[in-house]
Write a protein of this length. Sequence first.
Length: 286
Amino acid sequence: MSAIGQDRYKYEDYEATAEWLLARIQIQPKVAIICGSGLGGLADLLINKTSFAYKDIPNFPHSTVQGHAGQLVFGELKGKPCVCMQGRFHFYEGHDIATVTYPVRVFHLLGVETLIVTNAAGGLNSKFKVGDIMMIIDHINFPGFAGQNPLCGQNEERFGVRFPCMSDAYDKDLAELMRQVAKEQDCASFLRQGVYCMLPGPTYETVAESKILQLLGADAVGMSTVPEVVVARHCGLRVFGLSLITNKVVMDYNSKECANHQEVLETSDMRTVDLQRLVSRLVEKM
Ligand code: HPA
């Protein structure tokens, strides 16, 4: 079997990537933002930018999915030094779970303290509407249940402990700050909170699967984010996450609705400006 989880890369691989980047950037980021499907516009808000295509960064994985640009953008967002991942890596692309999370450990070595994750997700909570923005307050790591946890393998103590706590994964202070920001920005009517469930994809859920997820207490389902959050918490980053509800998950056998990537991208387009406003104001107030 090929190396899994933490055995996939050596500490020195992450270090080499971080050193390569540090030699080429003027300001060290304190905040990293991972942009979900169709939400890469956030990176355009940065000023004094320096960008690197993933393919040019030593040891960095490459992204293949439509709606993900594939570059790392360094710059200032409202005066705060940030790095934005325009395009993330997904398990369904064929990347192993350690590769999906590779950038997060690099961010840690760059001096990043806070990770902000955004994603597109299907709404399971019947009160949610398409276009709602859900603060992630907890997650269900389905690939983890099946042994696909990025922390499997020999633990690298320089990053974190063998058995990290996950019951406090999402920062409560940042969630409170976002509630204030949403009020101030007139976005409170569509800001929700809930539990994000990750399935590996690339298939959308069957009706029966969606019913199971709802029964388990999930409010939204998507194909990303959780591995990055697990690795971020392992190395002590503070985490804040937002899911844009791009579609309602189909719960009824008579429904004519069918989840599709086009709808996901269209909803992302519709809400991208609101999402950018919320994230940039949050970063400003942090
Ligand atoms: N299911 C899984 N992932 C998704 C969905 C969905 O309905 N919408 C956007 N990403």
